[in-house]
Write a protein that binds this ligand. Structure first.
Ligand code: B1M
Length: 221
């Protein structure tokens, strides 16, 4: 199959939530030399965007979203070692989680993969993470960064709740707070008092590096 045909097929099979076919096509694509980023950004992610658009129009319902998400997650498992394969030395620790009330994790998992690839140690707390659980993890792991993901407009206010909980525990100045997720914007991140925001996984790594360097420069000044 030509690359364009394979990518189109991967897009279609993700859209219809055909997990086994998505796995096959992902492996086939890699075997014939298509890069993991190309499979991700030219087929899998656009397909999930279309799933979301169909859901909004009322053409798809939760079960369709669920099976498409599962198919994508299977492909991510195959791509994970390739995306994270850099051998970079550990440059920092990040505690990551999807906020309370929110079960979306594909985007967060992708961010984690990119962080690992860039040399971060990632402590993933999973989904529906309460402010208390974030606080406990920060006390235990003493990360440089804590990352909050939210994918619903209704769960975005948990950023502020988490940041308030950090302040209350006396931890706010000890950790860099990064936020992200489909509906989040730089303006919203600024409004809740986060230190950093990024629109996607690659930008998240770049922003994290910047924030770490700024903090190091301030500490040595
Ligand atoms: Co849901 N869902 N969903 N869903 N879902 C969305 C998010 C939605 C936009 C669909 C739509 O209407 N167009 C919509 C939210 C609307 C809104 O709030 N404005 C929605 C809805 C409404 C819902 C339910 C409420 C539906 C219902 O029950 N009626 C429900 C909520 C459940 C809950 O959480 N309490 C629900 C459920 C689900 C499923 C469980 C079925 C499934 C999730 C499966 C899973 O994650 N394991 C699902 C899915 C698959 C989607 C869509 C179709 C795809 C999400 C996805 O994985 N995208 C989604 C539509 C869409 O996003 N277009 C949708 C691909 C992923 C790679 O992108 O998640 O944006 P993304 O991640 C990016 C960036 O956001 C960024 O980097 C990532 C990688 O590049 N990023 C960060 C993420 N975290 C970051 C952190 C950072 C920095 C960057 O720093 C810390």
């Amino acid at each position: 199959m030509r690359s364009e045909e394979l990518l189109a097929e991967l897009y279609d099979k993700t859209l219809t939530g055909n997990g086994p076919a998505v796995l096959d096509l992902t492996r086939q694509g890699l075997d014939q030399g298509i890069g993991p980023e190309t499979l991700l950004y030219d087929a899998l992610i656009p397909s999930l965007e279309e799933v979301g658009a169909r859901f909004e129009r009322g053409d798809f319902f939760v079960p369709e979203m669920l099976i498409a998400g599962k198919a994508m997650a299977g492909a991510l498992d195959v791509l994970r070692p390739l995306l994270a394969e850099t051998g970079a030395a550990t440059i920092g620790t990040i505690v990551m989680g999807t906020v309370k009330g929110d079960v979306h994790d594909i985007g967060k998992n992708l961010v984690n993969i990119m962080f690992e690839g860039a040399g971060f140690q990632v402590i993933d707390l999973g989904v529906q993470v309460s402010p208390e659980k974030f606080i406990d993890a920060i006390k235990t792991h003493k990360p440089d960064i804590v990352g909050f993901s939210a994918f619903l407009t209704t769960t975005m206010p948990m950023f502020k709740a988490n940041i308030n909980a950090l302040a209350k525990s006396g931890l706010r100045d000890r950790v860099i707070v990064m936020v992200g997720g489909a509906p989040v914007t730089q303006e919203y991140a600024d409004a809740v008092g986060a230190d950093g925001y990024a629109a996607d996984a690659s930008a998240a790594v770049a922003r994290a590096r910047e924030l770490l360097n700024q903090r190091k420069a301030m500490a040595s000044a």
